[in-house]
Ligand binder design. Structure first.
Ligand SMILES: *[C@@H]1O[C@H](CO)[C@@H](O)[C@H](O)[C@H]1NC(C)=O
Ligand SMILES: *[C@@H]1O[C@H](CO)[C@@H](O)[C@H](O)[C@H]1NC(C)=O
Length: 297
């Protein structure tokens, strides 16, 4: 017996990072600006998936090496990919922001219109967003269906590491990460539960009358936020959480949010919540699998 000759195939994903917040220096001095934080996040996901591919029997012995190239756009300054740039893009990435998706701010409205246009006119360009990104994508793409809106969460801020009950239907779309991983299984009762960093006050509210496209799959929910993300296979993935943040970055973000005006006891508790282990590594892989779905880029 002899093994098949093996070769390595490199697959390059090209992503546009739409930067929706200039991170304050105490945050950016830790891991760089938002585009760097996301480049690192995608690199980790690509590395994990490449390693897993190497462990699997690939047809013809071809090993897939995934590479991620990102281009930053200053969305807060109204900068967005033009028609030429779109040609070579696999996905748009919408970052977090201190702005509200519902606010009457010029760049926010421009971004919302752009996302609508891409979703309807460029089905080959995927859309991924976290936190504010999740909220504005949701609002831009689905608010017109009625009964869905973004607002301040009546249950208040959700800061630090929280448990998210994953919707079983979403878990079955990414079974290797969400159904058979040790982290998910250890806590699985009825639905897998994973821990992620969060830092938000706004939330997506869906009322009974919402008419969401039938292909929409909700990601899951936490005690403080019923809408933790949305998934349309091959098109859109949004997460209320910040899987791209580690404990240091989210701790620094929380310090910026609370400033000096919140009670010291409360602040300490939120910082303690951020300084916990999480399952972001699972999400790195889920996001990378999503970005690789469909026609080979
Ligand atoms: C992006 O735009 C904002 C708002 O105009 C500006 O404050 C910021 O410095 C810009 N960032 C970069 C990296 O150019
Ligand atoms: C928005 O929220 C609804 C409600 O849970 C969800 O089902 C929908 O898919 C979300 N859309 C986006 C783009 O997040």
């Amino acid at each position: 017996m002899h093994s098949l000759p093996s070769s390595t195939e490199t697959l390059t994903l090209h992503l546009a990072i739409l930067i929706c917040e200039v991170l304050p220096p105490p945050v950016s001095c830790l891991r760089g600006p938002f585009d760097q934080i996301f480049q690192d996040f995608f690199d980790r996901g690509a590395k994990r998936l490449s390693e897993n591919n190497h462990n699997e029997q690939c047809p013809g012995g071809v090993k897939k090496q995934i590479q991620v190239r990102t281009t930053p756009y200053n969305a807060t300054a109204g900068q967005l990919p033009d028609a030429v740039a779109l040609e070579g893009l696999d996905a748009l990435v919408v970052t977090g922001s201190s702005a509200g998706a519902y606010e009457d701010i010029e760049w926010v409205k421009k971004l919302g219109g752009f996302l609508q246009d891409i979703y309807h006119q460029h089905p080959e360009v995927k859309i991924f967003g976290t936190c504010f990104g999740h909220q504005i994508i949701n609002q831009s793409l689905f608010a017109h269906t009625g009964g869905l809106y973004v607002t301040k969460n009546p249950r208040g801020w959700e800061l630090g590491v929280h448990e998210i009950a994953i919707n079983p239907k979403f878990a079955s779309c990414f079974p290797r990460q969400l159904k058979s991983s040790a982290a998910a299984v250890a806590r699985a009762s009825s639905s897998p539960r994973i821990q992620l960093q969060l830092s938000h006050q706004d939330t997506v509210i869906v009322t009974q009358s919402a008419q969401l496209p039938s292909e929409c799959v909700e990601v899951g929910s936490s005690a403080l936020c019923g809408m933790q993300g949305m998934y349309v296979p091959n098109r859109v993935l949004t997460l209320q959480a910040h899987p791209e943040f580690d404990r240091a970055v989210n701790g620094a973000c929380i310090s910026e949010i609370v400033g000096t005006s919140w009670p010291a006891e409360e602040t300490r508790e939120y910082l303690r919540m951020a300084d916990k282990d999480d399952d972001a590594a699972l999400m790195e892989e889920v996001v990378m699998e999503f970005l690789l779905q469909g026609p080979t880029p």
